[in-house]
Design a protein around this ligand. Sequence first.
Ligand code: M6R
Length: 603
Amino acid sequence: MCGIVGYIGKAEKKKFLIDGLQELEYRGYDSAGIAILKNGNISSFRALGKLENLRQKTKEFSSSGFGIGIGHTRWATHGKPTEANAHPHSGEFTYIIHNGIIENYKEIKEDLQAEGIKFLSQTDSEVIVHQFEQFIKKGLNSKEAFKKTIEVIEGAYAILLITKDEPETIFFAKNAVPMILGQNSCGEKFMSSSDSPLIGHATDVIYLNDGDFGWVKKDKITIFNGEVSIAPTFVTLGRDKIYAQKDGFRFFMEKEIYEQESVVSETLMGRVNDNGVELDELKNINFSNINAITICACGTSYHAALTAAYLFERISKIKCQVEIASEFRYKKPLLDQGTLFLVISQSGETADTLEALKMAKKAGMKTVAICNVDNSSIVRLSDATILTRAGIEKGVASTKAFATQIVTLWMLSLYLGNKKQNISKKVLQEEIKALLHTPSVLHVKDSIHEKIRRLSKRYLHGHGFFFIGRDIFFPLALEGALKLKEISYLHAEGYPAGEMKHGPIALADSELFTIALMPKNMLYDKTKSNVEELSARDATILAISPLEFDLADDFLQTSLQDHPMSEFFEMMIITQILALEISVRLGNDVDMPRNLAKSVTVE
Ligand code: M6R
């Protein structure tokens, strides 16, 4: 995820901006840049890679004395990580930085190009600066031009803009992406994506709301929301940096669970409209002779793959086979050029997945990666990549990466179903509706978190956990069990609910905990009978379902949804929080569990 900072005051601006960006490093980035306006001149610097490269580039530059500045770290979404795509983007007299996605950038860009504007980057963000300057050229003053620009753009954004037209002002706008304004008693003003760059500088902050925009001068902050003028509401800023990086959550994993709502919106952004799914990333791949899919992955990404196999067969009507990468490598697989080879990886560096991809490439297969890290080894090697846009994931136990992988794979199944003309208009529209409903399903309600926290104390012992489910809820059961074992160190297995009677039911007694995923929209009665069989053998049942279930020892009620995928995401959140709360009660290190590494780059 990109990071932004801004500064108005007399101190060395370069220092605050680059140090501030360093504080946002944990969000992940592939390039960085700053722009400083002082004495009517704007100096701008951009560098690929680490912030150290930007420090080197600005070594000779100094900016003390009153001035204003903006800084940005970019996590590539539209356009490769290159210096030209790094922010700030400039027009003739204005510089902007932007975090988020401008959904209607193509239309705006075409209109501006028709008016003779030349674009220098492949980003969606660049339209903002040119649109603003066009409004100025048409006679608006800078405040009117900024307001009008915000009215024109659609999507998610945190924007800072500086212009020679108003050299002591930083313009800002926020929608669905965080932005904070800060101040101190020395007359300095600050802007940032999160608290941590502000700690030690600002004393009071304003957490902007969606739709807020305005301008900051050294002595005044002006905020509007639509036509309404908003009185700035300051709160005192805390002082703990690590706490700030976690946005106030106890653990990165917890923060990442709560972030799923917003990162999934980013995954969807610009890719889904009422008519279907558009994946520009795949425009150079010819799918006409593809008649099957093989997916290769490890761990959580493998569970995403298993889920996707149901979707590819059911929605796209394409045969799909899923392989654990470490097994695939040595089984001497039969590789066929009519099969699309899909790899899924959060890090893009997992050795087994990378090697499997090399084998597919060597066999001349078409390869597509679903990955979270642009420019990673897997991305560089694949013919095409769909980035999941989860932002950096710090918790070793993967959460938001899984959610964004599933959403990406769901989009891909619709895209392929449509391309192959295997999906009716009616089904496509129902699926799109459910897909767009996903972010709201991922909102974590305080009441359910609190209920899981209280309930978790009953699940700290016993001789094992079985997570059970059917259809797509079977891979979710596997993922729930993996989450629990990774951070609680308790034995847990995921199982297809209907398979328990073929062996594992022998383990059933009151010390066997069964976490039963019982969605209303997917084989409810069948799953219910399987859970009844376990209950009859005295297993302790924690049922997760929208429908009351008399035999449950514990019951977590989900909401009534129309689509199984909505139920999938709601139950996913519950299993993640259950693992988290059990781990907390056991006193384990939630973010860095024993024996595990975030990225497994060895066999
Ligand atoms: O980066 P990748 O998605 O390729 O990583 C694969 C697995 O190592 C990873 O999912 C692992 O299982 C996580 N710790 C799961 O929480």
